[in-house]
Structure formats: structure tokens, C-alpha cells
Design a protein around this ligand. Structure first.
Ligand code: SF4
Length: 708
């Protein structure tokens, strides 16, 4: 199972949350040959398909810019010396300022086993919950939405539901470019069953609209009103599932009353959302006529100052009509990153404890403390990403260990991020690459192994745990992230708790914790693997959690019994008042900047930037501007435009396009100082976050435009 020959492995694509299976082989004897990469026919996420990013993985494996030795203050050192420098400083800072002066800033790119040991070290042994991650920019709002509704962070659906539904509502997602293999599966299902309806709700006309029966180009940020209206319309149209509401939920009357008050009529809702009454009526009619509906949502929903409410507005509609826990029906958030879900499983967010338990979960701290035999348990939530970097600038967090992410490009208000890292007494960065916008800020650099060298597990958007398997030897002195964390932990005095010899031992402990005193109380239970042998771990085939003892086949779909993880087992409706983005456009800042990805690049291009073929699709950073606005401002296609917000300015090439509405502009996020000086779009974005999830409002920034 692990390998098709002695020289190839089945592994997982390191890019998006689709989590496609990949066959990776050793290169041929030719010095110039790249390691062959192909889609894994046996993997249930992709059945052999790969998108252009996955197909180009071989080009990204060998990089001239690999970080090959540990460095302290720019000087190469041996690992022992770098570990000693880091652990001595962590000890000193904890002694002088307490455990909350230390923080991890992790990534949905690292593997579950890396995440597990980082979380254990911080929350059980150092005694701080300052463990946050770039998943805060990705899925934090969806997590809180699920918890409010289900009592747990549980994704109900699976990919087959996307193919089997009769109505698919895609909200805030350009899946054609961001989750291409899922999009291809959806497009194939639609081709096979043309009666299947697809609705796209997005301010922009994206490539995803190519297969849509209806595109609602809503006013930016108005998504929640659409679902608030659908809830009250479901009541008027008498399609509520009264039995489900009565026996499996609480709070329906309040949520319905709020929906009536917020979105009383079709015309008022259409006006609020900036769509035609006819289009909204079509959506409402299809919603009422189609019990098999999946609502698929991603960053356009999550990256908002009211992202959690948007998620709950969607979930409310599914609960009210009983469209959950059934084939082809349910609310389905799609994760951006390859292991955003795996990080959540181990507690890799500052407001989580471990194994889907929170600090507020009764008895959870004691349970985890007993399991870990932890001497210094954190007792309260740590700082979420934006708050964490603010605390660094204020001098409260003095040592930060950044792993496999590039916050100097990806976090909002990058000028603040720079000030924060400059203020820290020690910045440790673990990365494969020597030169990123963040590695240049580091005092200590740890060379990390890369995708083709690492072993462990990741979890994709449908709760499917897959093995990532290393095939190539680590170059230079590069080491696995889990190893570096354990070495620091041992130097801090925690030898026995961090004496893992390999990732198999970490995974088995992670599985045992998930099942520890669980008995079906918590959603995340992979207890079947708590006694897993190394050979079984090496042979692990993709499986969807929960995988409790006695159920090795895992769980395809959640909530089929109508039982949730709240204390009374009932789901919760949440009354929603739709809100627009926190910062509105004005005379001074008249354009609304939306951000996102292009088809062939990933995050801050530290990997895809190495593949020459991927640059062909979109070679340079750009900003999409409606032709009417461009004409008014004297901006010509392909000329330079200056975008300014109160936080900074960037220069981008104008791309005139009717895909954006007048007064809206769109810019991709990928380019860094390394690739295009003065084009880091996050420079413009304020640190406005959802108050519940802490997720930044990256899609709604008022800006000015001018021709250069
Ligand atoms: Fe990789 Fe996502 Fe493309 Fe699949 S769809 S090959 S996981 S980038």
C-alpha cells in the first residue's frame, strides 16, 4: 500500500484542502531528471486527477534557495548550538516574564504530528496557549460557526455529497482556481446530470461561474442576508422540517423571528444585497424545490468581520429544513490549506486545547493534563494571530517561533507585523527556504525538511486523514519540524514526554488522546489507531474521522442520527443580524478591494514560484478594475496603478475587467517583496477581525486608485 515499487510512495499534495493523493517516484539515473509525480488512482479525493499545481510538484522539489544549515544571527552553526541558543532564551524569558512571553505561530502546511508536539510543548509544559497559526486566516470563522451550531468543530459532509446533490450553492469560493479537483468533480457531475443546479454567490464573476445556472453578484459582504432571507422564506413556503426542528434542535423561534426582522421581504433583501429580485426569487424557488442541497463555502464567507455569523446563517437554513446528515445535503466549509483541519484536531489554535477540546470544555484541562502528565498546563485561551502580533509589538510576547509560514506577506497590515518582529527579543523561523520576507526577520533559522522528505499525516476538507510520505533524503542539515521541537523540549527539561523516535509514535499518542475518556462525548475520536503499529502506520490508507475503536472504516457523513455534540445532543440555531463590512467605502476611499488567489500560484509563492511553467498563467501581480472606473480615472489596461489605504500603498498592473462591479477591485495575494517589490497586497489591509473567530477581514478594504 505504501509504495507501488521500492522507489515510489503514495503521498498527499501539499497545496490546497482538497488533499489529492499523489504518487511520487525517485528520479531516473539521469542527472537532469525530475522525480516523476502523478495522481494516485486509489485516493478517494482525486482518483488519479491532479490540477496544474499538483502536476508541477516535481519542478518545486529541488530549489537553489534551500536553507541547509541552522543559523544564529546570520552565522551557520551546528544544530546543538542553535537548539541551545533557543532553549536558553525561552527559559530566561519564561523565568523573567512568565510563559505567555513565548508563542508559536504555525501553519496549515505542517503535518499533524508536527502540530501535536508544538501544541503539547506550549500548552502542557511551557504553560501558554499562545499557539496560533495561519489557519486563523483560513478557517477560524467556520470553526466557530460549527461549534456554535453543533457543539463541535465538525464538517458534516463529504466530497460525494457535492456530486450527488441536486442544488449546489457555492458561496465566496472560486473553486475552479482554488480547489480545482473538487471543481472538476462538480463539473463532471453536472455534465452527467444537467438537471443539477449550481448557484454561485460572489461579488466577482469568477471562472467558477462557467458552470453556474445562476450567479448572484452580491454587494461585498452581504452574504448573510441571502441566507437570513432563505430561512424566513422557507417558513413562508412551508418547507420547514418540523420534526427535525422539534426533536434535534433548539432556538428555532428566535432565529426565525430575527430573520423576519432582518430580511422581511424579497425586495428589501435584494436591495440590501445589490441583486435583482428576479435572481433572488430564482434561488429561493430552487432552494424550496430541492431537498438535496449542499451549501459549499470558503474564504469569501470566512474572511469577514462577521464571518462566523455568515456561517451560522448558512447552517440555520440547513437545520430548519433538515438538510444535514443525509446524502447530498448539508453545509460544507472547504478548507484552504492542506492541513488546516489536522491542526484543528490537535488544538493548533490559541482558543483550543487539544483533540477538539477547548479550555472551556468542562473537565478538559484536567483530562489533558492527566493524559500528558503535564507539569505546567495552560489554563486559558492564548492570543489569536492578529492579537499575538500586536502583543509582540507591545513587548508582551518576547520570543516567537514561526514555522512554515510567511506572516510578513500573509497577515494584514504588514508594517505592523514588521514592527512586531523587530520588537521581539528572539524570532525563530523554521523553513525550507533561506530567503523569504519572514526568514530575513529571524534571529535563528532552523532548516526544515520539505514536502518530498517529510513523513506524517494531513486531514483534508472532508475529514479524511491521509499519509504524507517522504521519499527523498533531507538535504544538508535539514531536519523534521517535530524533531526540532522535541530537541528544544528536551533541553527545557522535558526529556521523557518528548522522547519520540518517529512520527508513528506521535500519531499513536495523538490517537490515544482523542479517545481518552471520550465514550462518544467528543466528535474527534481516532481511537482505533491508538495501538497502531509502525507497519500499520506506514500502510495507512485514507480514512475519514471519527475512527473510534471498532469502526476502522471511519465515518463518511456526520449527524445521520440527528445527534449533535452539545450537552443535550441538539443543534443550536443562532439568530443572525446581517452586517456589511466593518469599514465602508467613502469619498476618500471610494473602492472596495477584494483579495484572493490566481489559478497557478499558492500562498506566498515560496514553492510555486520555483516552477517556471506555473508563472505562465499569471506572470505579474495585477488589480482588476471595471472599465468604467478605469476610464474615469484615466487608467489604461496593463499600466501601473497605485492603490492606497490608510495602512500603506502598492503598485500593481491594471487589468480592465467586467468580472468586478464598478467601485470594486480585486488583487491576488501571492506576490512578495522577493518577487515584486512594493506589491505586497496585505500592506493595505487593516487588522479588522471577526470578534468571535479573530479571522481578518481580508476581502473588504476601502482603497483609493490612481494612475502612475
Ligand atoms: Fe493539489 Fe489541490 Fe490541485 Fe489537488 S486540487 S492537486 S490538492 S492543489
Amino acid at each position: 500500500v505504501t509504495s507501488t515499487t521500492a522507489t515510489s510512495v503514495k503521498t498527499t499534495c501539499p497545496y490546497c484542502g482538497v488533499g489529492c493523493g499523489v504518487n511520487l517516484s525517485l528520479p531516473s539515473a539521469s542527472m537532469d531528471a525530475l522525480p516523476p509525480v502523478s495522481g494516485d488512482l486509489d485516493h478517494p479525493a482525486n482518483f488519479g486527477r491532479l490540477c496544474v499545481k499538483g502536476s508541477s510538484l516535481a519542478q518545486t522539489i529541488q530549489s537553489d534557495d534551500r536553507l541547509l544549515t541552522p543559523r544564529v544571527n546570520g552565522q551557520p552553526v551546528v544544530w546543538a548550538s542553535a537548539i541551545e541558543t533557543v532553549s536558553a532564551k525561552i527559559s530566561q524569558v519564561i523565568k523573567e516574564h512568565g510563559p505567555n512571553a513565548f508563542a508559536f505561530y504555525l501553519s496549515g502546511q505542517i503535518l499533524t504530528e508536527d502540530y501535536y508536539v508544538a501544541n503539547k510543548l506550549a500548552k502542557g509544559f511551557i504553560g501558554t496557549a499562545n499557539v496560533d497559526t495561519n489557519s486563523r486566516l483560513c478557517m477560524a470563522s467556520a470553526v466557530v460557526g460549527y461549534k456554535r451550531a453543533f457543539g463541535s468543530d465538525t464538517v458534516p459532509c463529504n466530497y460525494e455529497d457535492l456530486e450527488r446533490c441536486d442544488l449546489l450553492i457555492m458561496v465566496g469560493s472560486n473553486a475552479a482556481w482554488t480547489h480545482p479537483i473538487l471543481y472538476q468533480r462538480i463539473a463532471a457531475a453536472k455534465k452527467q446530470r444537467p438537471a443539477m443546479k449550481i448557484v454561485v454567490i460572489d461579488p466577482r464573476e469568477t471562472a467558477t461561474c462557467d458552470i453556474a445556472d445562476l450567479h448572484l453578484a452580491i454587494k461585498p459582504g452581504s452574504d448573510a442576508a441571502i441566507f437570513s432571507f432563505l430561512l424566513q422564506y422557507s417558513s413562508q413556503a412551508d418547507i420547514l422540517d418540523g420534526d427535525f426542528i422539534a426533536h434535534h434542535t433548539n432556538g428555532f423561534a428566535d432565529a426565525l423571528a430575527q430573520a423576519h426582522e432582518s430580511t422581511p421581504t424579497l425586495s428589501a433583501t435584494a436591495a440590501f444585497c445589490g441583486v435583482s429580485e428576479q435572481d433572488l426569487a430564482s434561488l429561493a424557488r430552487w432552494w424550496c424545490d430541492t431537498p438535496n442541497t449542499v451549501t459549499f463555502y470558503s474564504q469569501g464567507v470566512n474572511q469577514s468581520s462577521s464571518g462566523v455569523d455568515k456561517c451560522n446563517a448558512i447552517i440555520n437554513c440547513h437545520l430548519a429544513t433538515g438538510r444535514i446528515g443525509k446524502e447530498g445535503a448539508g453545509p460544507f466549509s472547504i478548507t484552504g490549506q492542506p492541513n488546516a483541519m489536522g491542526g484543528r484536531e490537535v488544538g493548533g489554535l490559541a482558543n483550543q486545547l487539544a483533540a477538539h477540546m477547548d479550555f472551556a470544555t468542562p473537565g478538559a484541562q484536567e483530562l489533558v493534563q492527566r493524559f500528558w502528565q503535564a507539569p505546567n498546563m495552560a489554563t486559558e485561551n492564548g492570543l489569536k494571530a492578529v492579537d499575538l502580533f500586536q502583543a509582540m509589538e507591545e513587548g508582551k510576547v518576547k520570543v516567537v517561533w514561526i514555522m512554515s509560514t510567511n506572516p510578513m506577506v500573509s497577515l494584514p497590515d504588514t508594517a505592523q507585523v514588521r514592527r512586531a518582529l523587530e520588537k521581539c527579543e528572539l524570532v525563530i523561523v523554521s523553513d525550507c527556504k533561506a530567503h523569504t520576507d519572514t526568514t530575513v526577520m529571524a534571529d535563528v533559522l532552523f532548516p526544515a525538511t520539505g514536502w518530498s522528505e517529510k513523513d506524517g499525516t494531513v486531514t483534508n476538507s472532508e475529514r479524511r486523514i491521509s499519509r504524507q510520505r517522504g521519499l527523498l533524503p533531507a538535504p544538508g542539515d535539514a531536519k523534521h519540524d517535530w524533531w526540532a521541537i522535541c530537541e528544544v523540549a528536551k533541553r527545557l527539561g522535558y526529556q521523557s514526554a518528548f522522547s519520540y523516535r518517529n512520527v508513528h509514535e506521535i500519531f499513536a499518542e495523538h490517537a490515544a488522546l482523542s479517545a481518552f475518556e471520550n465514550n462518544g462525548k467528543r466528535d474527534f475520536d481516532i481511537g482505533h489507531f491508538s495501538q497502531i503499529t509502525k507497519a500499520e502506520y506506514d500502510a495507512l490508507t485514507p480514512v475519514q474521522w471519527p475512527v473510534p475503536k471498532g469502526r476502522p472504516e471511519g465515518t463518511k457523513r456526520m449527524f445521520e442520527e440527528g445527534r449533535f455534540f452539545t450537552p443535550d445532543g441538539r443543534a443550536r440555531f443562532v439568530p443572525i443580524t446581517p452586517a456589511l463590512p466593518k469599514n465602508a467605502t467613502s469619498q476618500e476611499w471610494p473602492f472596495m478591494l477584494n483579495t484572493g488567489r490566481v489559478r497557478d500560484q499558492w500562498h506566498t509563492m515560496t514553492r510555486t514560484g520555483d516552477a517556471a511553467s506555473l508563472a505562465k498563467h499569471t506572470a505579474q501581480p495585477y488589480v482588476e478594475i471595471h472599465p468604467k472606473d478605469a476610464k474615469r480615472l484615466g487608467i489604461k489596461d496593463k499600466t501601473l496603478v497605485r492603490l492606497t489605504s490608510p495602512y500603506g500603498e502598492v503598485l500593481l498592473k491594471a487589468k480592465l475587467s467586467r468580472a468586478v462591479a464598478p467601485t470594486n477591485v480585486f488583487a491576488p495575494i501571492h506576490w512578495t517583496q522577493q518577487f515584486a517589490n512594493a506589491s505586497v497586497v496585505s500592506n493595505l489591509i487593516p487588522q479588522v477581525v471577526d470578534p468571535l473567530s479573530g479571522q481578518p477581514e481580508s476581502k473588504h478594504t476601502p482603497v483609493q486608485l490612481e494612475a502612475v
